[in-house]
Design a protein around this ligand. Structure first.
Ligand code: ADP
Ligand code: ASP
Ligand code: MG
Length: 402
């Protein structure tokens, strides 16, 4: 069978681990499978490269940064291909350019437009294991672009979609858990999960899979497996499947924790004018990624607007406020960085009543205050003080048997 195997940064963090993966690949090849491997940068290499770029320059250099970041994955794949070859199995490493991965031009957040599988197929037919650098491609200019943090997942799933084969995502935990097992060790592993559940959990901060990769998997019906790399048998992680087949009868299946949240509150907005509209036009112009939004009537009938964004985008908020005194000078802008967003996700929620009451009562029992609340058909999110995370998660997990 043909398969795409993807190994994340921690799985290829050391030469020893690369050799262990090579041994597994050689063995699997000998058993008759055709394998495309997508590998990430070793360990924390991507973070280190970002850090080094900051040491060189305080400015943003999107094009050059992508050229730099691509080197992380660029280093892993030849090492892995060499290690496989040394075991007597033919292998070839390919970069994003070499597999013809064409993407949009937006540096650090490019989206895949097209992959030309011709070369990969040729090497597979030659009996080689094809080792592909994840996370990278080129734009129409021919410049290197990267696909956003965690983007090797996206490369892997997109390749599986093109090659019409299953995709196995190997990482440092044995599948998708009800809660990040590093933050809540009693979390339960999900044997199966629907695309929608995994996508929503990923979107809400469970970074085990990059959200867009799950979107592609759903769209192209890619058979997806998430598991621990080189885990001794039985190695059953999580099988991700069609919504109908996943049988998620629980009201809530998981809790996602997003610590990368800042809440911005703008007060004194005159009611009846177009200030809110103008603020959101600016938010759009400054490319600030906004998540929760709330507007209410404050004292003197003025409006209070609050919205959440990634902590990494707060400098853009500061820039926007500073550069637009015409709008912001009469307003008060506050920032809260000490919050986390907890999202309870469950496909079964759509057909159940009373979930919100259970969430709020559980939090109340352990004196956890919640500030902002948003809901969708399958999610209830609340922001709480970061310091209260350790109280909130166990009580919610107990309430919903997670
Ligand atoms: P990789 O480098 O393999 O891509 P990531 O660090 O991107 O790995 O993703 C794996 C991590 O995702 C785990 O170490 C775990 O802490 C985190 N994670 C967050 N939420 C979940 C969850 N619900 N289930 C499993 N892992 C989760
Ligand atoms: N190396 C990239 C990152 O750290 C891509 C990935 O690991 O998926 O974000
Ligand atoms: Mg990842």
């Amino acid at each position: 069978m043909l398969v795409v195997e993807k190994y994340g940064g921690s799985s290829v963090a050391t030469i020893e681990k690369i050799k262990d993966i090579a041994a597994h690949l050689a063995e699997r090849k000998k058993q008759g499978d055709q394998i495309v491997v997508v590998a990430s940068a070793m360990g924390k290499t991507t973070n280190q490269l970002i850090e080094e770029s900051k040491q060189v320059s305080g400015k943003v250099h999107p094009r050059e940064l992508d050229a730099l970041l691509a080197l992380g994955e660029g280093k892993t794949v030849p090492l892995l291909a060499m290690a496989v070859q040394d075991l007597g199995v033919d292998a070839i490493s390919l970069t994003g350019i070499q597999i013809g991965l064409k993407a949009t031009s937006r540096h650090q957040r490019a989206q895949i437009k097209h992959i030309d599988a011709t070369r990969i197929k040729r090497h597979l037919d030659e009996g080689k294991i094809v080792v592909v650098a994840g996370f990278q491609g080129t734009n129409d200019e021919g410049d290197v672009v990267t696909l956003g943090r965690g983007g090797s997942d996206t490369s892997a799933v997109a390749l599986a979609a093109i090659l019409q084969c299953p995709c196995e995502i190997y990482t440092d935990v044995n599948g998708l858990y009800s809660v990040d097992p590093r933050k809540y060790p009693d979390a339960k592993k999900l044997d199966t999960a629907s695309y929608d559940l995994v996508m929503e959990m990923a979107n809400q901060g469970s970074k085990v899979m990059e959200p867009r990769s799950v979107e592609i998997a759903k769209k192209y019906n890619v058979h997806l497996y998430i598991g621990q790399s080189l885990y001794p048998k039985p190695k059953y992680g999580t099988i991700v499947m069609d919504n109908q087949l996943a049988l998620e009868d629980k009201v809530i299946s998981g809790i996602s924790i997003n610590e990368n949240v800042s809440m911005i509150t703008v007060r004194n907005i005159p009611s009846g004018g177009d200030t809110t509209c103008r603020i959101f036009n600016l938010i759009n112009q400054y490319e600030i990624n906004v998540d929760m939004i709330n507007q209410s009537i404050g004292i003197n009938n003025n409006l209070v607007l609050s919205f959440s964004c990634n902590k990494d985008d707060v400098h853009l908020v500061d820039k926007m406020v500073k550069e637009n005194p015409g709008i912001f000078a009469p307003l008060t802008v506050d920032k809260q960085n000490d919050l986390v967003k907890l999202s309870l996700v469950g496909v079964g929620m759509a057909s159940h009543f009373g979930v919100a009451a259970r969430v709020f009562n559980a939090l109340d029992k352990v004196n956890v205050h919640f500030y902002h609340i948003t809901t969708s058909e399958i999610t209830i999110s609340v922001t709480i003080d970061a310091a209260k995370l350790g109280d909130a998660v166990p009580v919610l997990a107990a309430e919903f048997n997670l």
